[in-house]
Design a protein around this ligand. Structure first.
Ligand SMILES: [Fe+2]
Length: 512
């Protein structure tokens, strides 16, 4: 079976890409739609084509999301400027036991997106929700509020890096089917660049994604994978972002007018397509701390919006305000699992003989990393687990305040998850470089780069467990999910260990 990438590559080789990539310049909405169907896309019935979602659970509140888009890939939606949207929340899937309802005006100014912060809900409960507009009803979504007080167990997942052109979202299909309290998206929700890796192919696509309409169409295409819509409808999401929601490796310090305009368009489209609790579509506030009862403090970081350029002596990845907030949170941390939602790798990844693999990640912000991790050590904050995406491969690392000093104490664990679809290095690269990375990084315990999927975490007061869930083949939309390996962190003991049952599973590096 061909995946989307193979289909596009074949079309490009035949010189016919313009008729295949759905967002190519010059296609009519109908042609774009047909091209998307050829790549496995489909949408919910209009006007709720993009599905429904919920996010940012608090003990008494979740945000409900939808967007009206009768023609998802069109530059303009055939809708009045204002469309009234009704919403309701119930305690049962049939929506008979209604607990809240209301109506909101959706506006073309925000792409007819709807963000409803529902309040007055009960903690630790499952709810169902539905929208109606223009005489039509959306599908029913399921959500969950955060609990308060003692919690004996939580089960959640992370997803990251879901290049539409790289495959089907079998991983999201797996997430949708999991019994979970919530999902965290670690970023690279869309990719702004062309559809295939080869530069000659990208040239065929025409202008890059720059305008608000471009970014809206990109998000609408991604929501055309039914598994992604199913995952959103099944679970509430906490979200951060990485670079590709705007453009590769960007930092907030590029103040040129075209870039500022482009970034504003990207931020707004991201907001319009996701269940974000925010006062501003143009500068969404992502960093936040959320509690899942007594068990977890979730610290969601935004490592893009406020960063400086990389490799500067006084550089920052957090920005001054977020850094102060993080340091204060470390000082005031209660006894709970301290889980950081971290879009890009925190742990050092040094090359043999000096330098780093990528300085777009925390390796490009050395002084700030030392300051933050030194503060964790100095304040004695325990039970730190960092959840990371971006790398398109799985890593497990011990976190040390000084990665160059192997006698400095282990103060936490970083789990870097496989990507949903975005291309990893080749099996040959992984086989050759897994041991090289392991040798140059004594804190690196595990590396596996040949697979795609998502992580599921099972957390109790005694133990934090990470299951690496992998799909068989990203070319298959219904590829089955299996557990590749499982790692544990015991409460009060920094450092992870692999479950004895899975230590024989395939990996390109495993510290003996
Ligand atoms: Fe990525």
């Amino acid at each position: 079976m061909l995946n989307r990438r193979d289909l596009l590559r074949a079309a490009a080789a035949a010189g016919a890409l313009g008729t295949v990539w759905p967002l190519s310049a010059g296609l009519s909405p109908a042609e774009a739609h047909a091209a998307a169907l050829d790549l496995g896309a489909s949408w919910d019935p209009a006007p709720f084509t993009l599905g429904v979602g919920s996010g940012d659970p608090l003990p008494d509140s979740v945000v409900l999301w939808t967007r009206l888009a009768p023609e998802p890939l069109a530059f303009e939606q055939p809708l009045p400027e204002i469309v009234e949207v009704e919403w309701s929340v119930a305690s049962d899937r049939t929506m008979r036991s209604r607990v809240a309802c209301g109506s909101v005006a959706s506006s073309n100014l925000l792409g007819h997106s709807v963000h409803v912060p529902v309040h007055g809900l009960r903690p630790g409960r499952t709810y169902y929700y539905q929208f109606s507009a223009l005489g039509k009803r959306s599908r029913v979504g399921r959500t969950r509020t955060a609990p308060v007080g003692p919690v004996s167990r939580v089960r959640f997942a992370t997803a990251n890096c879901q290049a539409f052109h790289d495959g089907f979202y079998a991983a999201h299909r797996g997430i949708a089917a999991e019994k979970l309290d919530f999902v965290v998206h670690l970023g690279d929700y869309i990719y702004e660049h062309g559809q295939v890796g080869g530069a000659h192919v990208r040239d065929h696509e025409g202008p890059a994604v720059l305008s608000l309409a471009d970014y809206r169409r990109r998000h609408a295409l991604y929501k055309g994978d039914p598994s992604l819509r199913d995952a959103h409808a099944a679970h509430p999401f906490y979200l951060t972002w990485d670079d590709h929601e705007v453009v590769n490796d960007y930092s907030g310090t590029d103040g040129s007018a075209p870039f500022v305009k482009r970034r504003a368009a990207a931020y707004q489209a991201w907001y319009e397509h996701l269940p974000i609790r925010s006062g501003s579509a143009l500068e969404p506030q992502i960093h936040r701390r959320r509690q899942w009862g007594s068990l977890i403090d979730l610290t969601v970081l935004d490592l893009r919006q406020y960063r400086s350029a990389q490799n500067l002596a006084g550089g920052t990845i957090l920005g001054a305000e977020q850094k102060k907030w993080l340091l204060d949170g470390i000082s005031g941390a209660r006894e709970a699992w301290q889980v950081w939602i971290n879009s890009i790798m925190l742990s050092q990844l040094a090359r043999t003989g000096g330098g780093y693999y990528f300085t777009d990640q925390w390796d490009g912000f050395l002084a700030e990393r030392r300051e933050v991790l030194g503060h964790v050590a100095a304040e004695g904050m325990k039970d730190l687990v960092v959840l990371t995406g971006d790398w398109h491969s799985a890593f497990v690392d011990d976190i040390r305040p000084d990665f160059d000093d192997v006698t400095s104490p282990v103060i936490g664990t970083e789990f870097t998850a496989h990507s949903v679809t975005s291309g990893a290095y080749s099996p040959e690269w992984n086989a050759a470089n897994g041991p090289v990375m392991g040798a140059a990084n004594p804190h690196l315990k595990y590396f596996e780069g040949n697979r795609y999927g998502y992580d599921v975490y099972e957390v109790t007061p005694q133990r934090f467990t990470t299951h690496m869930k992998v799909i068989g083949d990203r070319r298959d939309a219904s590829s089955p999910v299996s557990t590749l390996t499982t790692f544990h962190v015991d409460r009060g003991k920094a450092g992870s260990y692999e479950d004895p049952a899975t230590v024989g599973s395939p990996a390109q590096y495993r510290r003996p």
